[in-house]
Design a protein around this ligand. Structure first.
Ligand code: SAM
Length: 310
């Protein structure tokens, strides 16, 4: 189903299922011979969501090679390494921010991110998680059922990021006079271009001097053949349907020209540094993923970290 302005989801459907997909990739990465991440909550969370396709993949009962489409540059097989590299990038970002004395972290679009439960945080750290209500509720309840407890003060903010989330975040206790470390991991592609800009404006307005932001940016799409990209993503999920999971990736994202994240942030007063996925993989000793410049391969994604001067 195509997106609408007020659509909502749980972790088995629509955009919510992408959170389960990336958690399944973290579960597999966690079980690698020489793992670069350890997310012990990923597999139990995926299992609890109950999408058989992801549960079997995470458990090693379904091989990516049996599901991937030869002609698409998007491959399930690439996801564990890509998500391991991405997880390290955002983990390191939060660790550095905490070392620099920042004591408020905001995870925008938290999905099944278990950082509040698995990372070592300073004793006086507050972590805010924002996502749609059903997503927030599911993760909190499932982890509590598993006996897991947050390792920081955790404040959940169940709201759609197209609504007035800044007010909800302030009501939940964010102190806009103290610096904040923000992450937006796997989010921008699911927001319309104008909503991405508004989100960065709002983050900036809520950020004191010295705040930090790390985000994953949709690659430049100006040269992309959108119909071809959509077709490649349709081929991916056609195979998934054969394995029992009825899902359509091609409907979830927003096309249209997007502001360049680095320039947009720099104009708002942030000093921004970008790293391509290829660099994140190499930094972690992980094998390269072929780049294709078609907006479909995860290898084309760029990761930014930024610091604000006000
Ligand atoms: C690919 S998942 C990433 C989840 C998490 N950041 C991670 O990396 O594990 C995308 C997440 O974005 C959230 N999301 C997308 N659009 C949103 C919106 N408008 N409001 C709230 N959450 C949104 C989804 O619910 C989902 O949890």
């Amino acid at each position: 189903m195509p997106r609408t302005d007020d659509d909502s989801w749980d972790l088995a459907t629509s955009v919510g299922a992408t959170a389960t997909l990336v958690a399944a990739a973290r579960a597999i990465a966690t079980k690698a011979d020489h793992p670069v991440i350890r997310d012990p909550f990923a597999e139990p969370l995926v299992r609890a969501v109950g999408v058989d396709f992801f549960t079997r993949w995470a458990a090693g009962e379904l091989a990516a090679a049996d599901v991937d489409d030869d002609e698409s540059t998007w491959k399930l097989a690439h996801m564990p390494a890509a998500m391991a590299a991405r997880t390290c990038f955002f983990d390191t970002f939060f660790q550095d921010a905490a070392r620099a004395g920042i004591r408020q972290a905001v995870i925008l679009a938290s999905g099944l991110d278990a950082r509040a439960y698995r990372m070592e945080w300073p004793a006086d750290m507050t972590v805010f998680e924002i996502d749609q209500p059903q997503v927030i509720e599911f993760k909190a309840t499932t982890l509590a059922g598993l006996g897991a407890a947050p390792r920081a003060e955790l404040c959940t903010v169940p709201i759609d990021l197209r609504q007035d989330w800044p007010k909800a975040l302030l009501d939940a206790g964010l102190d806009r006079n103290r610096p904040t470390a923000w992450i937006a991991e796997g989010l921008f592609g699911y927001l319309p271009p104008a909503a991405q800009d508004r989100l960065l404006d709002n983050v900036t307005a809520l950020s004191a001097h010295g705040s930090r932001l790390a985000c994953e940016a949709v690659p430049d799409m100006s040269q992309v053949d959108h119909e071809r990209a959509r077709e490649m993503m349709r081929r991916v999920t056609a195979k998934w349907r054969e394995h029992g999971f009825d899902f359509e990736f091609a409907d979830l994202g927003y096309e249209g020209e997007r502001a360049d994240v680095a320039s947009y942030l720099d104009n708002l007063g942030w000093r921004t540094v970008g790293k391509p996925m290829s660099r994140l993989l190499a930094d972690n000793g992980l094998a390269a993923i072929p780049q294709s410049n078609d907006s479909v391969s995860v290898a084309d994604t760029v990761y930014y970290s930024a610091t604000l001067s006000k």
